[in-house]
Ligand binder design. Structure first.
Ligand code: CTP
Length: 131
C-alpha cells in the first residue's frame, strides 16, 4: 500500500482544500493529513484560526479521501511525521515549492498547483467587508 501524507491548517474549509486533498489521495492508496495546531497557524500566518482545532480535525476526518488525521505541532518535525506515519509520498501545495526538497531522502516529494482564486485569507477578508 502506497501511503501519502500532507499538511495544512484547513481553516474555513473551501474547495481549494478539498481538491488538494483529493489530488493528494490520488498519488497513492492511503492519505494521512497533519492539521496545524492553533499555535503553528499563529506562527505561520500571524492569526488564530477561525475554526477550532477540534472542528478543523472533524471536518477533514469526515472527507471520503482522508484515511487518518493527526495534529501537526511544528514545521520542523516533518521528517519525524513522515517516518512515524510510514509515508511514501509527501504532497504539498505549490505555495511551498522547493521548501521540503531536503526530505526527498525519506520519501517522494510532490508539489501540486493550488486552485486559483480561493483562499482562507480571502474568504475572511470578504466576510469582514460585508456590512
Ligand atoms: N490549497 C490549494 N488551493 C488553494 C488554497 C489552498 O491547493 N486555493 C492547499 C494549500 O496549498 C495547502 C492546503 O490546501 O496544501 C492547505 O492550505 P491552507 O494554508 O490551510 O489554506 P489557504 O487557503 O492557503 O489558507 P491561507 O489563505 O490562510 O494561507
Amino acid at each position: 500500500m502506497k501511503k501519502v501524507i500532507t499538511f495544512g491548517t484547513f481553516d474555513v474549509c473551501h474547495v481549494g482544500h478539498i481538491r488538494l486533498l483529493a489530488r493528494a489521495k490520488a498519488q497513492g492508496d492511503h492519505l494521512t493529513v497533519g492539521v496545524s495546531s492553533d499555535q503553528l497557524n499563529l506562527d505561520k500566518k500571524g492569526r488564530n484560526p477561525i475554526y477550532s482545532l477540534d472542528n478543523r480535525i472533524e471536518i477533514i476526518q469526515a472527507l471520503r479521501c482522508v484515511d487518518a488525521v493527526f495534529v501537526e505541532e511544528s514545521l520542523q518535525r516533518k521528517s519525524e511525521y513522515i517516518r512515524s506515519h510510514g509515508a511514501d509520498v509527501l504532497v504539498m501545495g505549490d505555495d511551498w515549492q522547493g521548501k521540503f526538497d531536503h526530505l526527498a531522502n525519506l520519501c517522494k516529494v510532490i508539489y501540486l498547483p493550488r486552485t486559483p482564486s480561493v483562499s482562507t485569507t480571502e474568504i475572511i477578508e470578504i466576510i469582514r467587508e460585508v456590512k
